[in-house]
Every structure is written in structure tokens, then in C-alpha cells.
Design a protein around this ligand. Structure first.
Ligand SMILES: Nc1ncnc2c1ncn2[C@@H]1O[C@H](COP(=O)(O)OP(=O)(O)OP(=O)(O)O)[C@@H](O)[C@H]1O
Length: 343
């Protein structure tokens, strides 16, 4: 478990102060895959680096498994840090050492017996699918393979927490998916809590259970990935969701929406899970005296669960349309007027 309590990080850059984190509160439960998303400069690196004290916070408190690292003795701190693995965008491998030695390094530093080191490294290289590369050097590996080495090294000390600092940003989409699947496997098989920072909503969609949106050092929105995708509350979260949902409404539909006089007839309906398949619209057409037009529709997958998005026009009497809206609200879907995001 990781908690951030009123965390502020201020950098003193010459004469100017930069507030990278501004009173951040966040709770990451044991076993979560928690994503923090934000644009460049939002404070993501500062946030993740405060967890293992690569950065010192200016105010507030960060705890990992109820321990405040700042309160520990040097010896206790070394032990606590072994419990926190980290992987990096640019892998941070030792180029002059083999894959085996890179993965073994944390154990060598702990002065573990040779045989124990060998067994553990072999096991880890098997786990990440690189047993045959043990004697290779990092520059003989692809980006995805380098990140696998980084992951194996991070797991060497059997941490309960894994910090991922833009771990897939330097990789192509296919390799990104393979690495994300590996992270999912680590979470499931070892029950390791994973904190990921990223600027890519695709990463959040693929593996995170929960997400926080960081903007100018503040958490502006947080919750389950489903909730944030279905009901983003802030403009920044809406933009991130749109970047992967491919649900942009065509301009021709916008024109139709802008032109209409009755303003309460066009709605966005968001479905997810099993309700995506429900014949909701045909039920509406049967039960109510309204005409139903689908103006636009898209469907995508969120963690292998279908997530649908429809723009619907209802034609009929206002009273009847209101009954339809009430009916839809009772189903497991989200409905809202489109006009507010037409701009
Ligand atoms: N060592 C530093 N000294 C001064 N300012 C810094 C330092 N590190 C970061 N900052 C500033 O703090 C703010 C947050 O930076 P941070 O790197 O945490 O953001 P980020 O979201 O990780 O961005 P990116 O995705 O570009 O890495 C930025 O305005 C940045 O310029």
C-alpha cells in the first residue's frame, strides 16, 4: 500500500521556485495496478520518485506499507527500499555488464551467496522469457528485451511494490503490449502493487484498475478506470479518454446538433460490460412513443470488456423523452446530453 498525504514538492530553480506537486493526496491499495496520467510537466516523475526518495518531498508524507521512509535509520531505509522495485523509460541498465549481472546486481549488493543469486536470476530470466540472453550485453538487445531485463532486476529483491516510470514510452505498440502483459502477470502471480506513471491513456486502458489524473501538480480526478472512462469530470480527463476511445463525433453530426432548436434531444450513451449487448434501443423503440436515431456509434475494449459509445437522437414529445431518459438511467449505462461537449 502506498499513501500520499498532502504531498508538496517544490524545486528551487535559481531564483524561481517550481511547484511540481501541490498538496497531493492519493491512496494505492495492496494489489492495485494504479496509473497516474498527465501531460509533460504535470509532475508525474516527481510523484513517483517521492515514493522511493529519489526525490525528497518538501511537505507532507508518503508511506509504503505504512512506513514513512523519511523516519527510518539508514539500515532500515536500505531494507525498505528493497521492497520497492522500479523500472524506467530508458531502462537504466549497466551497459558493461551482461544481462545476468544486471539482474543479479541488487542481490550482489546485498552480498547474497553465489548459488542463491544464480538460482534467483535464472528463475527471473525464465519469468521474463530471457533465459537464453543471460550472457548477452544490453546493446545486443531490443528495447522490449532491455525492459524485460529492467523488470527482472526490479523483481530480484522480491519487492511488494513496483514503480513504473514511463516504462513503455520508448517502445513500439506491439512491444508495449507485451511489456504491459508482463506487468499484469507480475501483479497477478506475485500480488505486487504497481504504480505506473504515463502520458499514454492506452497504458491506463490496458492494465490499470484505478487512475489519477495529474494536472499542474494536482490530482484533478481519480477513481476506477471504468468510472473515469465512462464519466470523465474534467476537460483534461476527457481529452485523455478521447485519445484512446476513438469516439470523436463527426463534424456533420455536430452541425446537426448545433442546428437543432429543441436542445434536449441528442444524448451520448455510454455502455460497458454486459450491458453493451443489451438491445436497449429496440426496447426503447417498443416501450415508448419516440423515434430513435443513431447518429454515431463506436465500441472499444477496456481491459477486455466492451465499452460502447452511442450518440442518439430522440424525436418525440418532451415528456415522453424524459421518461426514456429515466428508463435509461435505471439501466447500467451512462447517459448525458451531448450539447455540453459540443463547444
Ligand atoms: N530538478 C528540477 N529542478 C527544477 N525544476 C524541476 C526539476 N525537476 C522537475 N522540475 C519541474 O517540475 C515540474 C514537474 O516536472 P516532472 O518531471 O515531475 O513532470 P512530468 O509530468 O514527469 O513531466 P515529463 O512527462 O515531461 O517527464 C516541471 O515544471 C519541471 O520543469
Amino acid at each position: 500500500m502506498i499513501t500520499f498525504e498532502n504531498v508538496t514538492k517544490i524545486y528551487q530553480g535559481g531564483e524561481q521556485e517550481v511547484t511540481a506537486l501541490d498538496n497531493v493526496n492519493l491512496q494505492i491499495e495492496q494489489g492495485d495496478i494504479y496509473g497516474v496520467i498527465g501531460f509533460s510537466g504535470a509532475g508525474k516523475s516527481s510523484l513517483i520518485r517521492c515514493v522511493n526518495l529519489l526525490e525528497r518531498l518538501t511537505h507532507g508524507k508518503v508511506t509504503v506499507n505504512n512506513q514513512d521512509l523519511l523516519q527510518l535509520s539508514p539500515k532500515e531505509l536500505r531494507e525498505a527500499k528493497r521492497n520497492i522495485g522500479m523500472i524506467f523509460q530508458h531502462f537504466n541498465l549497466l551497459d558493461s555488464k551482461t544481462v545476468f549481472t544486471n539482474v543479479a546486481m541488487p542481490l550482489i549488493l546485498m552480498k547474497k551467496p553465489k548459488e542463491e543469486v544464480k538460482n534467483r536470476v535464472d528463475e527471473l530470466l525464465d519469468f521474463v522469457g530471457l533465459r537464453d540472453k543471460a550472457d548477452n550485453y544490453p546493446d545486443q538487445l531490443s528495447g522490449g528485451q532491455k525492459q524485460r531485463v529492467g523488470i527482472a532486476r526490479a523483481l530480484a529483491t522480491q519487492p511488494s511494490v513496483l514503480l513504473c516510470d514511463e516504462a513503455t514510452s520508448a517502445l513500439d505498440p506491439q512491444t508495449t503490449n507485451a511489456i504491459l502483459n508482463l506487468l499484469k502477470k507480475i501483479n497477478q502471480e506475485y500480488n505486487i502493487t504497481i504504480l505506473i506513471i504515463t502520458h499514454e491513456m492506452g497504458v491506463i486502458r490496458e492494465i490499470c484498475d484505478k487512475v489519477a489524473v495529474l494536472e499542474q501538480g494536482r490530482i484533478v480526478e481519480s477513481g476506477s478506470v471504468f468510472d473515469v472512462f465512462a464519466r470523465p469530470k474534467t476537460a483534461v480527463a476527457r481529452n485523455f479518454v478521447r485519445s484512446v476511445m476513438h469516439d470523436d463525433i463527426p463534424e456533420s453530426v455536430y452541425q446537426l446538433i448545433r442546428a437543432q432548436e429543441e436542445t434536449n434531444q441528442i444524448y451520448r450513451i455510454v455502455f460497458f460490460g454486459e450491458s453493451t449487448g443489451d438491445p436497449l434501443l429496440s426496447q426503447i423503440a417498443k416501450r415508448f412513443h419516440v423515434e430513435v436515431n443513431v447518429l454515431f456509434g463506436s465500441i472499444t475494449e477496456l481491459q477486455e470488456i466492451p465499452f460502447g459509445n452511442l450518440i442518439i437522437q430522440f424525436k418525440g414529445e418532451v415528456k415522453e423523452i424524459n421518461r426514456v431518459i429515466m428508463y435509461i438511467n435505471q439501466q447500467n449505462v451512462t447517459i448525458k446530453e451531448v450539447l455540453e461537449d459540443v463547444g
